[in-house]
Ligand binder design. Structure first.
Ligand code: GSH
Length: 317
């Protein structure tokens, strides 16, 4: 089984995605203050919103409506050529890739007392757990795994056998043609098309999905072992005595797996993971960064419906 099938398309193991940007000037981005381009229910956006809350950073919200494919609009792609959310902009400078953004927030923007953060030594372990979470193939599981019996409605709709990825691929092919004379856009759409097609291939191949389930299973066994052996068992967190970025990313991953109805299959017998979830999900920053965004507000829903209708009419022409 190829690495591609087992890891996220954005994992450094895959080398499929365009390189992440770190603090790169962009004329099209807002020039003053901290801005986040994100989608309320996106996993990577959740991580970044919680990190902003944890680190006491004030920010302005720019919703990018994924179901309306706003992540492919030229003016957004000129800011984030990966055609994904989240994107962080700080005084006109762009940082992309959620893992990269988390580091940027933690080391460049944080306003909290360093004594409340992991020590330098602990940070090595934090990074290890960040990498493990980042390489999990959560997108394919979200769209392709229909084992969860108590899956929430919104995720039931997403698991449609890869149809969503087929629509995205069709749109991206049109965009590659339309913008063939603007190199940045053409390269961005081509790269995203390769990722979407690879992900669709995985979702639609049962053997790949089985391998992927095994990857998730193995990761949860490792998580359980670390919770027993590491700082969590002494009233600390996953990788360190103090709360860290590793807890943010694993909290979000576990929350997504729970929403997919996979908890009974994956960790109902691993009580230490349930205890860890309870501790994670009751943290204030989890509430403000994730739970408060769970119900899409009207100002997000209405433009999304309008955009869907409008773009359907446009693409029918
Ligand atoms: N971790 C990568 C991946 C981000 C990612 O996959 N974002 C998803 C939402 S969680 C997205 O924007 N999907 C839209 C699409 O693929 O069309 C990054 O931050 O660049």
């Amino acid at each position: 089984m190829s690495k591609l099938a087992e890891a996220s398309a954005y994992s450094s193991k895959n080398m499929l995605a365009l390189e992440a940007l770190t603090d790169v000037s962009c004329q099209l981005a807002p020039q003053v203050g901290v801005h986040l381009f994100h989608f309320p229910l996106s996993l990577c956006s959740m991580k970044v919103r919680q990190a902003l809350a944890e680190n006491g950073v004030q920010w302005k919200s720019h919703p990018i409506l994924l179901p309306a494919y706003q992540q492919y609009e030229p003016n957004y792609v000129r800011i984030n050529p990966r055609c994904v959310v989240p994107t962080l902009v700080c005084d006109g400078k762009v940082t992309t890739d959620s893992a990269n953004i988390l580091h940027f927030i933690n080391f460049q923007l944080s306003t909290i007392d360093p004594s409340q953060k992991p020590s330098d030594n602990e940070f090595k372990v934090v990074n290890l757990w960040l990498d493990k979470a980042d390489s999990l193939p959560i997108e394919a599981v979200t769209y392709g795994d229909d084992r969860g019996e108590k899956k929430s409605l919104i995720f039931k709709k997403l698991a449609n056998g890869g149809k969503d990825h087929e629509s995205k691929a069709n749109l991206l092919r049109k965009l590659v043609k339309r913008y063939q004379n603007e190199k940045l856009l053409k390269d961005a759409y081509e790269s995203k098309l390769r990722i979407v097609e690879a992900t669709r291939g995985i979702i639609q191949t049962p053997a790949h999905m089985n391998a992927l389930n095994d990857t998730i299973d193995a990761a949860l066994i490792e998580l359980e072992t670390q919770l027993f052996a590491g700082p969590f068992n002494e009233n600390g967190w996953l990788a360190s005595k103090n709360f860290s970025l590793a807890d943010i990313v694993w909290g979000v991953v576990l929350y997504r797996l729970q929403k997919l109805g996979l908890e009974p299959l994956l960790w109902s017998k691993r009580t230490i993971i349930t205890q860890y979830c309870e501790k994670l999900f009751t943290r204030e920053s989890f509430k403000s960064g994730i739970l408060d965004w769970d119900n899409l507000p009207k100002h997000v829903i209405l433009p999304m419906i309008k955009h869907k209708l409008f773009s359907r009419i446009k693409s029918d022409n």
